[in-house]
Design a protein around this ligand. Sequence first.
Ligand code: HPA
Length: 267
Amino acid sequence: MTRAADLAAIIKDRAGHDPVRLGLVLGSGLGHIAGQVDGVAIPYADLSGFPHAGVSGHTPNLVIGTLEGVRVAVFGGRAHYYESGDPAAMRLPLEVLKALGAEALVLTNAAGSLRADMPTGSVMLLSDHINFSGLNPLIGEPTDARFVPMTDAHDPGLRMGLRDAAAAEGVHLHEGVYAWYSGPSFETPAEIRAIRTLGADAVGMSTVPEVILARFLGLRVAAVSVLTNMAAGLSAESISHEHTKAMAPLGAAKLERVLRRMLRDSA
Ligand code: HPA
């Protein structure tokens, strides 16, 4: 058996064998929803090869259970490229998600806003992304499967479901392009001006490698950002990880309503 199949077997022993329908990866400060799943929490430490997810603001548990009538796998912490230098750090968890039966994945993150009409506390559905890091989690993958098309990488059907859910909840869901910057230092104002010129609406340190990996694995994927600050140089607001964690709950409540409604309407 593959490593992912081994881990999926361990997870099924603990959480039951019903197939998971949807995976959810929770970004910094967005962990609250994991506690609402009726199911079993498995610490990453029990899953050999899972990341340590050592960033404060993340809880490193995999929660398998039911939320709004849908069987989900919620990843309470993600591995970022900047922790290890490995852009494929989330490959094994996503392979496990696939082995648990999931066909779709929703990624969430905290991000900086490049748009004045998207202030702190806004939520943004990713219409597309720019891989500003130049890194790729599929470098070294030996098969032709590495040549993943990225047109409509952000799944039109899932995006429609999220849009409809937001409308039903009365939540203003912005849409825009997310640029992946490697981190862990924040961007300079000049870098923000550069990516704004290139077409970015938001900037963050995650998500893009997971979108690439999800498409590689044949998972439909969509992503939502919670804007925790204006990006560097765009306001007098301070930018720090502390600030990100403090501001995340503003948008997290909206995000949670949208996600729960999307699940309920798809149950
Ligand atoms: N830049 C990068 N990542 C972020 C930011 C930012 O401004 N805010 C939250 N995550």
